[in-house]
Design a protein around this ligand. Structure first.
Ligand code: CP
Length: 320
């Protein structure tokens, strides 16, 4: 991976993960940077998004970047322009960073091979990776427990279609956490078995420190699976029901990348319960994305070396 792109967590060392998490915490406590010149970001989303899109845009604006408008539905993609030509176009126009979400797994490979001057930040590729979600999840866990080693983390739900599950299982294992999986058997495969066993909800709820629930991705299920899907059955077998939640350990936290199917993977009443960190994840997403973008800006030598400011006159001094 070029230093000025961010496309997968597979390339990150544990030290780099911790550094990003700690920089995200510093941004949360008011650290800021100053840019050497106007820097332009463009967010190219070819799949729906609320959190990732707005969160990247908030992060870009908080870092002082200019954000160019782009709507896939009104762009020349609708006239058949390729992703490569679109990215080369916005790079030629002068954008410095493209944040991209695209339905194709590893869509970014040809873009990286083309070695365009524009930086690529992956906001989710097909059923591949969701590296910024993964890091915001690590930040949320670290804020809670201040370590990863020895934590038991369950990832439950639509594993097959989840880029969050695939990114998170990698980093969690590298960081020393124990990973287990839950949800329908059909969505568990050898790919996941390499990271942890598949357990029933009864075996999971009273054992874990972190219960990470995943949305059933109806848009990626085939017609037959969608027609035979019962929300009530799923909730009963694999969901966090009100009854199951009573068995969670006192220190356990509930996470979900959202959007949430209330009443399916989690009872609606539990989405905002005291053990839920679901909205805290969204808050942390802004600061995590600031930390990610900062590494790209730094690699492009676009940050003033004197950037050591922090809001609220607190004590974060950042040395580059
Ligand atoms: N968690 C997440 O990626 O949400 P969005 O699809 O709304 O961006």
């Amino acid at each position: 991976m070029r230093k000025h792109d961010f496309v997968t967590v597979a390339d990150l060392s544990n030290d780099q993960v911790l550094e990003l998490v700690q920089r995200a915490e510093a941004f949360k406590h008011g650290a800021s940077i100053q840019l050497k010149r106007p820097v332009y970001a463009i967010n190219l989303f070819f799949e729906n998004s609320t959190r990732t899109h707005t969160s990247f845009e908030m992060a870009e604006r908080k870092l002082g970047m200019q954000v160019l408008n782009f709507e896939a539905q009104t762009s020349s993609i609708q006239k058949g322009e390729t992703l490569y030509d679109t990215v080369k176009t916005v790079s030629s126009i002068g954008a410095d960073i493209a944040v991209i979400r695209h339905p194709k797994d590893a869509y970014y490979q040809p873009l990286l091979q083309a070695n365009l001057p524009i930086s690529i930040a992956n906001a989710g590729d097909g059923a591949g990776q969701h590296p910024s979600q993964c890091l915001l999840d690590m930040m949320t866990i670290y804020e809670e427990f201040h370590h990863f080693a020895g934590l038991k983390v369950a990832i439950v739900g639509d594993l097959l279609h989840s880029r969050v599950a695939k990114s998170n299982m990698m980093l969690l294992k590298d960081l020393g956490a124990e990973v287990v999986f839950g949800g329908p058997d059909a969505w568990y495969s050898d790919e996941f078995a390499a990271y942890g066993p598949h357990l029933s909800m009864g075996e999971i709820v009273d054992q874990v420190d972190v219960l990470m629930l995943l949305r059933v991705q109806h848009e990626r299920l085939n017609q037959t699976d969608n027609q035979s899907f019962s929300q009530a059955d799923y909730h009963k077998k694999y969901g966090l029901t009100l009854e199951r939640a009573t068995h969670l350990q006192k220190q356990a936290i509930i996470m979900h990348p959202a959007p949430v199917n209330r009443g399916v993977e989690i009872a609606s009443e539990l989405v905002e319960c005291p053990q839920s960190r679901i909205f805290q994840q969204m808050t942390n997403g802004v600061f995590t994305r600031m930390a990610i973008l900062e590494t790209l800006l730094r690699a492009k030598n676009l940050i003033q070396p004197t950037s050591n400011l922090s809001a609220g006159a607190d004590k974060h001094v950042i040395n580059y």
